[in-house]
Ligand binder design. Structure first.
Ligand code: PLP
Length: 344
């Protein structure tokens, strides 16, 4: 008999903890009438830019759009190659393909699930324009090694920081290791909206100017004059208001995740699984507690029978999905990525 149910995530618990503040914040927006790019939107941009130590936070309507707009703002397009990982959420690769550029997959470091910098240089060609590391599961990729490679080959770095709000290396937060970073505030993220929302972080004046324009159809300083091809990708004021309330709790929630993760690490030390490993200099915000198991299906069943939910992040590497097959080298081409998909 199941004594207790441990859901994979329980978003309602956050609402219950903050219900009066969230209700008031949403009510203020609806009754106030500033529904897009209002005071919460502007304050959230300033708060998150400050928190990540960057000049600009540019709110958009999803993490996917943050990456898409960043790629455009960096003028990545047909003929360019962007090096990234196939062990990620599809948006990292989808946005590259949408620009007309070619994603080039590099295998992951099995210890962290993040791109393996030791394998990046072999994938660089004269067409390579950018590196897009994905900071997976709550810790940064090997940003020192990636920055050094980018410098050596004059490449730009775009950080997929969708899962990395609050992640740091040697005290430097996500958003400081390239020309720009994309954050996601999708519902299940450590800082999650009540729907879709995202943000571009950058220190680059030109990328900021273009991104701000592209999120409103490429509009320039004057209304109804267009400087760029753009999108409709504003962050709703309601989402900004919700995120501002939750942001006040983020450090406390991340500390709670850390305390729980430490209990897992201790209690699972002798279990027949391989536990997460945090690289030197990194913190972890424990976006996921990702373990590997040889007998994964048995383990998931064992947990389920005891009321504990689990999920597979990510069951199929990106280069095995139909729209992306042509960019990969087929089965066996990314052995660690493929093994992670089987075991994590
Ligand atoms: C690694 C990664 N990249 C990009 C995204 C896209 O973010 P969003 O869902 O906000 O569009 C996500 C979110 O799920 C993600 O996990």
């Amino acid at each position: 008999m199941v004594a207790m149910r441990v859901p994979f995530y329980d978003i309602k618990a956050q609402y219950d903890e903050l219900s009066s503040e969230l209700d008031a914040a949403v009510h203020d927006v609806i009754s106030g009438g500033a529904y897009v790019m209002g005071p919460n939107h502007n304050a959230l941009e300033a708060d998150l830019a400050k928190r990540h130590g960057v000049k600009y936070g540019i709110a958009v309507n999803s993490g996917t759009d943050a990456l898409r707009i960043l790629l455009d703002a960096c003028e990545i397009g047909p003929g360019d190659e962007v090096i990234t990982t196939a062990f990620t959420f599809v948006a990292s690769v989808e946005t590259i393909v949408e620009t007309g550029a070619t994603p080039v997959f590099v295998d992951i470091d099995p210890a962290t699930f993040n791109i393996d910098p030791a394998k990046i240089e072999a994938a660089i060609t004269p067409r390579t324009k950018a590196l897009m590391p994905v900071h997976l599961f709550g810790q940064l990729a090997d940003v020192d090694a990636i920055s050094a490679i980018a410098d050596r080959h004059s490449l730009i770095v775009i950080e997929d920081a969708a899962q990395a709000v609050g992640c740091e290396h040697d005290g430097r937060p996500a958003g400081n290791f390239g020309i720009g970073a994309g954050l996601s505030f999708y519902v299940t993220k450590n800082l999650g909206a009540a729907g879709d929302a995202g943000m571009i972080l950058t220190n680059d004046d030109l990328v900021a100017e273009r991104s701000k324009s592209m999120r409103v159809h490429g509009m320039g300083r004057e209304r109804y004059f267009y400087d760029h091809l753009g999108y409709t990708s504003r962050m709703d004021e309601i989402q900004a208001a919700v995120l501002r309330v939750k942001l006040r709790k983020l450090d406390e929630w991340n500390a709670r995740r850390d305390a729980l993760a430490r209990i897992y690490l201790q209690e699972l030390a002798s279990a027949p699984v391989s536990l997460p490993s945090i690289s030197e200099g990194n913190n972890s915000t424990w976006h996921q507690f990702a373990i590997r198991a040889d007998r994964r299906d048995d383990l998931m069943l064992f947990l389920k029978q005891r009321g504990v939910d689990s999920m597979i992040y990510y069951p199929v590497p990106i280069h095995f999905h139909e729209p992306y097959e042509k960019f990969g080298g087929g089965p066996g081409s990314l052995p660690e990525t493929e093994r992670a998909a089987r075991e994590s």
